[in-house]
Design a protein around this ligand. Structure first.
Ligand SMILES: Nc1ncnc2c1ncn2[C@@H]1O[C@H](COP(=O)(O)OP(=O)(O)OP(=O)(O)O)[C@@H](O)[C@H]1O
Length: 648
């Protein structure tokens, strides 16, 4: 481990997670975080993990595999344990433990059927060898019934295993949603670059983890029972030498796969990252099709897409290469297994153990012996093969757990005292000595003293990049205050400031959903009636939208977000956003260039509607024409300083 904790190894740390966040996760994590003991996520293993991820992402192997295996083993085990804890304490299905146990019981029952199917050849050897015409027909009927039952149980078990995969996926995804889609983690993780492609981890990696483990786990769980049973049977027929030889053979297989598995986990992680980047490129190209077409940027997009594809293909090749190493081992192990079975069967025969048997009895015994020992070897081979699949599952466990750990870090960092603080509730927006810093640490505004009371509207201006939006982010709590204090007015136990971002957010759903988004706000629930929709559309100058959707009967007609985006121009999207403010009637509205796409007349209509609804605006704008709707102006100089005064 020491070489991996060296400064050189630490230099490889990519910033995928900050050590501070990691320590915070250890110290202040949630219920599941507590399950992961601190040793699991210590700085040592973290260094190894991120250094390795860097190497993997670069497609290189900079480290000694032995140390990597140790780190993977320790960290990975804790992550697996965490996933299991989530599944076993699941809320959605009253825990998946009974589910899993049911499937294991089913598999064991099916094994009884397979056992009887396996002994049939031995019985046929005996009946046919003794030319027993009377026994042949009943045996044939029994054979058909047993083989049909074996086929039916295999199909039923595949169905049950598929259902288990779906249940695991639902449980893990809901657990992730609960942690991801809430403050403070969502904004930081979704908008930052702390873990790559969180969306892919939630939508795809969890699914692969679930389907993979639903197939692998029951096999591994029944393995000890079957191995014990067939060991006893093998011992009874071939003596102690039989199971002993097979055990030694299996031991060699375990050591070999232990050596070949970790590089696959690492490459699966790198592949998933490349897949996520590739998909992101296409999602973005679709989202920005119009600007790309206006720019004539298709050729460049094609080059970028090809280079993202090249990264995926390269990662796939590396995974296949690592899998070949493990595949060679598992396949050779499987095929050599049949040779071991000949040894197990042959030695007792050569030693004269069955010399007293007739020809038919010996054929029957050899067949039975072959079945028992080959089945025991098959069970061991299955374990080794499942380990190969487990390597892929482990890659997905790593990616999903990394996302959880990042969310833990965010949650606990939010609870820790930072440079600034959020003070007691009041009736005004107050900033005292507020220092605003960008996540990289660059100071944007310092020593800001500000109080905006009801009716005391404020316009924030300054050159591009001066930190106007940064002030709103800090007031809202999306960014922690680097120093000083923030206080927000409260009503119904929640902040009474509606923050409207620079980019309008149009959701999928009905017109009623658009206007009443986010459904409940600031601890308030409000019915959005047909009358509300009609009057709000008129207030923001969007009455035409009412007729476009077909009047009141069309207010509840659901449309995908994409369709709304085609139906509404950027200016109309801003009007819809303003309709939301008017619908929720907050005491204050923080408006970040919310009328930037509107003509002056429409801007005036919106601001008059806001003021007559008694909403105090705190606006960011480059439009001087907006000054007349505000009492005071905060001018940022772009160097950390500011001037606050009356509009004039
Ligand atoms: N997530 C981030 N990480 C690092 N720096 C950031 C981040 N977000 C914003 N910044 C930086 O903070 C500075 C202020 O950004 P901000 O969005 O507040 O500017 P602004 O004054 O609102 O500009 P504009 O008039 O263009 O909207 C910018 O230089 C920007 O690069």
């Amino acid at each position: 481990m020491s070489d991996l904790n060296s400064p050189a190894a630490r230099e490889m740390h990519t910033g995928e997670r900050t050590p501070g966040a990691q320590e915070a996760a250890v110290g202040e994590g949630g219920r599941e975080a507590a399950v992961v003991d601190s040793a699991c996520v210590s700085m040592d293993s973290f260094s190894v993990d991120t250094a390795e991820a860097t190497a993997a992402a670069a497609g290189g192997e900079s480290k000694d595999d032995g140390a990597w295996q140790f780190a993977v083993g320790r960290v990975l085990l804790c992550r697996v344990r965490r996933v299991c804890t989530v599944l076993l304490s699941g809320k959605g299905h009253a825990g998946l433990g009974p589910w899993c146990m049911g499937l294991v019981a089913g598999k064991l029952a099916a094994e009884v059927v397979y056992y009887y199917a396996g002994t049939l050849p031995s019985e046929f050897y005996k009946v046919l060898g003794e030319r027993d015409a009377g026994g042949f027909l009943p045996l044939l009927v029994r054979c058909m019934a047993i083989v049909a039952a074996a086929g039916a149980s295999k199909a039923a078990l595949e169905y049950a295993s598929g259902l288990l995969g779906v249940a695991i996926r639902q449980e893990l995804t809901q657990h992730t949603h609960m942690r991801y889609l809430r403050r403070p983690g969502f904004y930081a993780v979704a908008s930052g670059s702390t873990v790559d492609n969180p969306d892919q981890r939630i939508t795809q990696d969890i699914e692969r983890l679930a389907s993979g483990s639903a197939e692998v786990l029951p096999e591994l769980l029944i393995a000890p029972f079957l191995i014990a049973y067939y060991s006893v049977r093998c011992w009874a027929i071939a003596g102690l030498f039989g199971p002993l030889a097979i055990y030694v053979y299996f031991g060699i297989g375990v050591v070999a796969t232990r050596w070949a598995m970790p590089p696959i986990i690492r490459q699966v992680c790198a592949l998933e990252r490349a897949e996520g980047d590739f998909r992101f490129h296409h999602v973005r190209a679709g989202e920005f099709a119009e600007p790309i077409a206006f720019f004539g940027g298709e050729e460049r997009e094609c080059k970028e897409a090809d280079s993202a594809l090249a990264a995926v293909v390269g990662a796939q090749r590396r995974v296949l290469w690592r899998q070949l190493r493990l595949g060679l081992l598992t396949q050779i192990f499987s095929y050599l297994g049949s040779t071991v079975s000949y040894v197990v069967i042959g030695i007792p025969i050569i030693m004269g153990r069955y010399d007293d048997k007739s020809g038919a009895e010996l054929s029957s015994l050899i067949s039975m012996n072959a079945f028992v020992s080959i089945y025991l070897i098959f069970r061991f081979s299955t374990v080794i093969e499942q380990v190969k699949r487990l390597a892929d599952v482990a890659g997905y466990v790593t990616r999903v757990a990394q996302l959880w750990e990042e969310l833990d870090g965010r949650a606990s960092a939010a609870g820790q005292p930072g440079g600034g603080r959020r003070g007691a509730r009041g009736t005004a927006i107050v900033a005292s000595g507020l220092a605003v810093c960008a996540p990289g640490g660059a100071q944007l505004v310092s020593g800001l003293d500000l109080e905006v009371g009801p009716g005391d509207s404020l316009l924030i201006t300054g050159r591009t990049g001066a930190g106007k939006t940064a002030i709103l982010r800090t007031l809202c709590g999306l960014w922690p205050a680097a120093g000083g204090e923030v206080r927000l007015p409260h009503a119904d136990g929640a902040p009474d400031v509606f923050f409207l971002p620079q980019t309008p957010y149009i959701v999928g759903g009905s017109l009623r959903d658009q206007i009443s988004y986010p459904g409940s706000w600031g601890g308030r629930q409000r019915e959005c009636s047909d009358g509300d929709i009609g009057s709000l559309l008129s207030a923001v100058g969007l009455a035409r939208l009412g007729s476009v959707v077909g009047g009141a009967p069309g207010f509840d007609q659901r449309r995908p977000a994409q369709e709304w985006l085609q139906l509404l121009s950027p200016g109309e999207q801003q009007k819809i956003s303003m309709a939301r403010v008017l619908f929720w009637r907050p005491a204050f509205a923080a408006l970040d260039e919310c009328t930037s796409a509107l003509d002056a007349a429409s801007e005036e209509v919106l601001y008059r509607a806001l003021l007559s609804a008694g909403i105090t605006p705190v606006s960011i704008s480059h439009h001087e024409s907006l000054a007349r709707f505000h009492r005071r102006q905060l001018r940022l100089d772009g160097c950390g300083g500011y001037v606050l005064g009356a509009v004039g």
